[in-house]
Design a protein around this ligand. Structure first.
Ligand code: ATP
Ligand code: MG
Length: 412
């Protein structure tokens, strides 16, 4: 990412996102947003800076420890840079939702978090400041809360699949968030930080093949996708593993998402209650759900690269096409390249136009490094025959295309 000019480190685990990196981050964010919206969750935006009192109400202000960045404002009021938002969102909901009729609710936001990680490493994969999509579900009872959990389970599988990633849900420990039921969504990759285990059949599944109705009973779907064995290091016990060694895949994994059901852990101490149908007050049943949006950018590269650089899947590529003009000083080449650039953009395509005064070798290497799905190369020799060279980044396949057939080929 550094070599491709996507990000620049500001201090340990804190990065600026440069134009190319930001485009990918935005595309990843948009896929996450679309799948949240599809599931019925509603977008809000909560602040990064939170008051300490809220965290005293839940009892987590002291528990959270050194990962939390604590700040005092000019009036000596204790504040913090949010590592997560359970308290903040519970405060919003307790102030605005009073009746069971207003349930269920599922609120999400996509906002920067800060966790003062002991060992920030692997660039944006384990940063201190990072972008997360987090959402919070509120239900009247445990059955409703499980339905909300199942919705997120489906939405997460769909979200990662749309990016071309296979995320395997694994039964997980609940950690400092607390609670009863939890799954981590793990991408298999050699550079993963933890060891994971799963049924070999996971490698052949296709999530998007199934259309899911979020209002239907999602329990069968949930049971189906959790029936194939998958476990993180902490949860895997070789003695009791239900599948034979030859069916078991042992690999490294990257956690890209994590979902929790924790009932009334926050609503009870914070007094987030509604009046039920019988007039009695009941604390809300809650769950929380996180996706590492900025971590996904690094994860996508881990899953899609070769020795020359990145190979973006179309769904998240910063530009659809890279147009290389090999001879910007040549009038004919420049006219043809600029004409094609205009037409491709006119057809609604994102095009990166390389008209720099650099050697062809440097341009080819840079274009391969930044990994746009398709490259179009204009040079004097091809142009004389009315052709553009088309190179597909993933396969490396090259062919000549007649200049007037290019737009047609890429317009969707
Ligand atoms: P990890 O086990 O990797 O430290 P976590 O379990 O503490 O993560 P959660 O609280 O579950 O993280 O946060 C939700 C998601 O946010 C994670 O699944 C991960 O994708 C992402 N995430 C968490 N910590 C970081 C970080 N330091 N840098 C980038 N992304 C992160
Ligand atoms: Mg986690």
């Amino acid at each position: 990412m550094l070599r491709a000019g996507m990000v620049r480190q500001s201090s340990a685990g804190i990065y600026s996102w440069l134009p190319l990196g930001l485009r990918v981050l935005k595309r990843v964010e948009q896929i996450v947003r679309e799948e949240q919206d599809r599931s019925g969750a509603q977008e809000i935006l909560m602040p990064t800076i939170q008051p300490a009192e809220l965290w005293r109400e839940s009892g987590r202000y002291d528990d959270y420890g050194k990962e939390m960045l604590r700040i005092k404002d000019r009036h000596e009021r204790e504040m913090l840079y949010g590592p997560t938002n359970e308290e903040q969102v519970t405060e919003i909901v307790r102030a605005s939702i009073k009746s069971y009729r207003d349930l269920p609710k599922n609120l999400y936001h996509i906002q920067w978090k800060f966790r003062d990680e002991v060992r920030p490493r692997f660039g944006v994969m384990r940063g201190r400041e990072f972008l997360m999509k987090d959402n919070y579900s509120f239900d009247l009872d445990a059955a409703g809360a499980k339905h909300s959990y199942n919705k997120m389970f489906v939405a997460y599988l769909r979200t990662f699949a749309r990016m071309g990633l296979k995320a395997i849900p694994m039964r997980a420990d609940t950690g400092p968030i607390g609670g009863d039921l939890s799954h981590e969504f793990i991408i298999l990759a050699e550079t993963g930080e933890s060891e994971v285990f799963c049924d070999r059949r996971w490698l052949e599944t296709d999530i998007l093949a199934e259309e899911v109705d979020y209002d239907s009973d999602l329990e069968p779907f949930f049971r189906h996708w959790t029936s194939l064995y998958a476990a993180t290091d902490e949860m895997h016990k070789p003695e009791v593993c239900p599948i034979p060694a030859e069916e078991l895949v042992t690999a490294r994994g990257i956690e890209v998402g994590h979902i929790f059901y924790f009932g009334t852990k926050y609503s009870r101490p914070m007094g987030a209650v509604v009046t039920g149908a019988d007039g009695a007050e009941v604390p809300l049943e809650m769950g929380s759900y996180g996706i590492g949006v900025s971590r996904l950018v690094g994860t996508l590269i881990e899953a899609n690269h070769d020795d020359a650089g990145i190979i973006w899947p179309e769904a998240v590529a910063p530009f659809r096409v890279g147009l290389i003009n090999l001879r910007p000083a040549d009038d004919k080449c420049r006219a043809a390249a600029e004409d094609l650039y205009g037409k491709l953009r006119g057809a609604g395509l994102d095009v990166l136009y390389d008209d720099r005064d650099e050697s062809p070798g440097a341009k080819f290497a840079a274009m391969d490094l930044i990994g746009l799905p398709d490259q179009l190369i204009i040079g004097p020799r091809g142009l004389a025959a009315g052709n553009v060279e088309w190179k597909q980044r993933r396969s490396g396949a090259r062919q000549d295309l007649p200049l007037d057939a290019v737009v047609q080929r890429f317009a969707t």
